[in-house]
Design a protein around this ligand. Sequence first.
Ligand SMILES: [Zn+2]
Length: 404
Amino acid sequence: MELQCTVQNYDWGKLGSDSMVAKLLSSADSKVSIDASKPYAELWMGTHPNGPALIIDRNVLLGDYIKDNLDAIGPVVKSKFGVSVPFLLKILSIRKALSIQAHPKKEHAEELHKSFPDMYKDPNHKPELAIALTPFEALCGFRPLSEIKIFLTKLPELTEILSADSVSALLAQEDQGDQNILKQVFHLLMTASKDALASSLSKFLTRLEKEDASVQLSLLYQLVQRLHSDFPGDVGCWAPYFMNYLELRPGQAIFLKPNLPHAYISGDCVECMACSDNVVRAGLTPKHIDVPTLVGMLDYGSYTKDELLFNPKLEDENCCIWRPPVPDFAVAKIKVNGDDEPYNTIIRPSPSLIIVTSGSGEICDTEPIPARPGVVVFLKASRQLTLTPAPGSHLEAYQAICNV
Ligand SMILES: [Zn+2]
């Protein structure tokens, strides 16, 4: 069943047809006209009330259809999650950084929602998976301590606004040291005054402007300058010295497990997550930062870049799958070349949301649908979709399912 999905025009989205979201939208439906000055940030595929998908032929919301057609969900998913699609599949097109954030564990999310229902509207956890479609920049997880220590010795402007004792204690740590010391230093950073942050950042950027290119490169000048021009004086501009800076190539992915700090900076990606809004913010945002909750919950473990990359498993010649360690979702990437036989998707005990991201041809469950980038379909549990590329073309699609 072909779906019409919701676009979110958040301010941080890429503009006009620079945006992958806009490109997919206009390719799927030639009646859509793209406004060059408007941000096209996210395409939502799922049943979330803030952006529910519509079944085009039936003119019925997918969420309503499922309630009346239990076979769409299948018994395995129904017994685990109830009558719902427990995940949300998205395309993101990012022009400027999203807030640094972390998502609480399920039990913590329930507690936060109970104690502060106005701030934490959702009791569910929100693990996320992001797969790069274009070169994609992100901050993710705390760096190895050895890297943080090198930065601290080279950044007097930063250490000035922290306590000298805590900084020396951190510098004295071995690589697998006491995570509480890093937590203390991070707490000091998060509670620094607005004035101290603004003046430290401006001092640092003024100094770096005059340094030679190699020093600028080693101290991430371009990145911090970019963050600072979008979020002047924001505590998050100091975050790249504590967090890993990742540049993903198309096809590379990261899994954001609970409490892992992260921020998407730029690029286009496929994102899949448990259906939830649960975000605790840490910077690069005009929104409220709940410092005690944030500092208390974060994962202060050190990660190398390689440890953060999340690799897919090959299922057959045409399909690989990213299976995170949560039951809520997994994402498969399907690629069929023009000279391949038509490809039948693997039968899953779960409903699927599938988006065609490139190529042309036909996709078929019971009725054939012309396939072009941006076409989104819902496939019932335990059914198979046949992908047939047009001669000389190919078909590439992403399929989100429950990880059951
Ligand atoms: Zn997130």
